[in-house]
Design a protein around this ligand. Structure first.
Ligand code: SF4
Length: 383
């Protein structure tokens, strides 16, 4: 259903496409309802709160009219890391709580305070500009700080990306829980590859790894359905030493058995890396040397390529979209939205989003210095 509605003690709630909660104070809604249609009230009522239905965090709706650009932030929009692959990030928030999550996502997150969703037409139009700059043979890789299949406009996004003439490949990173046979059938004409993150084939371990009840049998069925479809499948486990060591062999066997990797490698094992703002399970952290050594042994045993390079996916270097701001720049701008974690705010300068570390509020002006430009993702400190 596209629109559902219900009431809490103090609020009238509209749930759009099972994801966007528009919450209006009940008394205020009752007054408006005498004069206006529901659609009008949902769009224009003030005050109102907009929440992500899964995480229950504030949800910032990024549209062209919002004035928020799609370059400059790691959590939403587009990321150009100087290759022919463009990361497309339509939504944040996740339905799982993986113990290794590098961005501390899901309902159990202790650090994320804001979610973002990007309007699909805006995302496609801006993508087209970046793809045009890059030239032919672009891969649109849909991923995110969260689970992309929560995006309620995925059909529109896929259709739009497929029409961009420079696009050669469309791929998606997903935990697979929300996929279905119908979606796979529907997306076959747009999607070339799904990177499916399965890190264990053991039910008990799965609950620990995913931090919640996890439908392992269902995800296994989904993996098989993808492998049988026109979409290629890459199984993408995270190796947690001491937790899922034996699973790596089982997952290689599983990937080969079901026919993953028709055009690209069947499995891409990732090393667990602890991140500053990520979740950190109590496990040993393998050195890269040890990790590659173990992969090499598994490669010999199974005769499958496990040490993967960008070339294995057709990724090549391409000029970057020029950065109009640089480290050391001192600027002033109005805060347009809350940041992803507490103490961060978002401003807009020279067509880019900049995350500023400040306690000022949305609507206030802040003076800041750019302290980091990493792949066109800008961080600044208040002066
Ligand atoms: S690792 Fe991925 S699937 Fe797991 S909680 Fe984080 S965003 Fe969600």
């Amino acid at each position: 259903m596209m629109l559902r509605e219900f009431e809490t003690k103090g609020e009238k709630v509209f749930l759009i496409r099972n994801l966007i909660e528009v919450r209006i104070p009940k008394r205020h809604y009752e007054k408006l309802a005498k004069k206006y249609s529901k659609e009008y009230i949902i769009s224009y009522a003030e005050p109102k709160r907009i929440l992500h239905h899964v995480t229950k965090r504030e949800l910032v709706y990024v549209t062209r009219e919002s004035g928020i650009p799609l370059l400059g932030h790691a959590a939403f929009g587009l990321i150009d890391r100087g290759t022919n692959l463009i990361q497309v990030r339509p939504i944040t928030g996740c339905n799982l709580n993986c113990v290794f999550c590098s961005v501390d996502e899901g309902r159990k997150s202790r650090t994320r305070v804001t979610d973002y969703i990007v309007e699909p037409d805006y995302l496609v139009e801006e993508f087209e500009k970046v793809a045009g700059f890059k030239g032919d043979g672009v891969e649109a890789h849909i991923d995110g700080q969260g689970e992309p299949t929560l995006y309620p406009y995925m059909d529109e996004l896929l259709e739009g990306l497929r029409k961009v003439k420079e696009v050669r490949v469309i791929s998606m990173q997903t935990n697979g829980v929300l996929l279905s046979e119908e979606k796979i059938e529907r997306w076959e004409k747009y999607l070339d590859r799904i990177n499916l993150s399965i890190s264990t084939l053991d039910e008990r371990k799965a609950e620990f790894i995913y931090g919640c009840r996890y439908p392992l049998k269902r995800v296994i069925e989904i993996a098989k359905a993808i492998a049988e479809s026109k979409i290629d499948l890459l199984i993408a486990p995270v190796w947690l030493p001491g937790v899922n060591d034996e699973d790596m062999e089982k997952l290689i066997e599983f990937a080969l058995e079901i026919g993953a990797g028709k055009r690209w490698p069947p499995i891409g094992i990732q090393k667990y890396i602890p991140y500053k703002f990520g979740r950190k399970p109590k496990v040993d952290v393998m050195s890269f040397r040890e990790f590659y050594e173990r992969l090499r042994r598994l490669e010999e045993e199974y005769g499958v390529k496990l040490i993967l390079r960008p070339e294995d996916f057709g990724i090549e270097k391409r000029p970057r979209i020029p950065h109009p701001i640089k480290k050391g720049d001192v600027l002033k701008a109005r805060i347009v939205a809350n940041g992803r974690v507490k103490g961060e705010k978002i401003v807009v300068v020279k067509g880019r989003v900049v995350t500023v570390l400040t306690d000022k509020k949305v609507g206030e002006f802040v003076k800041f210095e750019i302290v980091r430009d990493h792949d066109g993702i800008f961080l600044a400190k208040e002066l």
